[in-house]
Design a protein around this ligand. Sequence first.
Ligand code: AHG
Ligand code: MN
Ligand code: MN
Length: 375
Amino acid sequence: MPLSQRSTLTQFLIEERRRYPGASGDFNALILDVALACKAIARSVAFGELGGVTGNHLAHLPATQATAAVASVNVQGEVQKKLDVISNDMFLRANEWGGHLAGMASEEMAEPYAIPANFPRGKYLLVFDPLDGSSNIDVNVSVGSIFSVLRAPAEVVQGQRKLTVEDFLQPGTEQVAAGYAIYGPTTMLMLTVGSGVHGFTLDPNLGEFKLTHPDVMVPADTQEFAINASNSRFWEPPVKRYVDECLAGKTGPRGQDFNMRWIASMVAEAHRILMRGGVFLYPRDTKDPSKPGRLRLMYEANPIGMIMEQAGGRASTGRGPVLQVQPQSLHQRIGLVFGSKSEVERIERYHDEPLPLKKADFETPLFAERSLFRD
Ligand code: AHG
Ligand code: MN
Ligand code: MN
């Protein structure tokens, strides 16, 4: 289709809004501000070393202590890349002024960000991972931004009380919209406003997102899975069983060969799965008992979960729908499995079923032989 005939993100949003005659336009303006932040981040990412944006963000220590430069860490204790901090700032600056938001929360900020008093307050909350997969940034592998839009409580919108962290703790089913931008060979924005998933490709000449992938659907079946196998000794038995069966291929109980991928950028894995199917697992494991999973519920699992479900896929904790989990804290971690529906359902079944072997049997040579990740 000629480029000129494709709708822009703006046109798409206006056409969607016409289905709700009472809509104020706030929501559309918010999504366009988010898209602007993503375009700005895409430019920074594209400059890489030339833009001086690679490497770690350095902590500002008092002069007396600053014997050597130290990388800053975020609230989760993870080293912040320069681009994590730059991207977080771009999200804040693009979205704080428009009057559509009551507050924002992000992976890179310990506490929620209330809209400053000099800007009007709006009725939505924005939660985001400004740069997902940022450990990949210095090796020039795809990264992205993930966002989730929730409604702010009426008393906060009307100024009757201050915004609190509890206002953000809504299950994923309450999301009004969710999406991600991927900064890969092309920059794309994948968006759901609750009526399917639609993909937009950034036209670098115009600086406009153009609708290139309407109504994306995740194939129900797949022969491709994604998991960080270096964690295999910490996996719970149902996950071990699932992966072992995939690895056994044609000769195992599945009767077919499986392919495996691991990019270590969840947006990039989610995008591959949206485009051609697959299943992604970062399950709950026993690696660190203080961390029930690696990924964060509010700004990683929920928005990607909504995208997957809106595209006909499934998103789960391994035990049930991730979108139904009541968040307990802003930076809460959770086990996450998403992608092609029949595989996610199979993994949930394995969690439900009694173990084929007793726990003690997993230490036996018989199981060790069957488990392809064991020595
Ligand atoms: P972030 O860069 O926002 O901290 O997220 C990284 C996440 C996710 O993108 C990816 O799936 C996972 O971390 C990779 O974890 P491992 O390094 O354990 O493979
Ligand atoms: Mn992330
Ligand atoms: Mn991040």
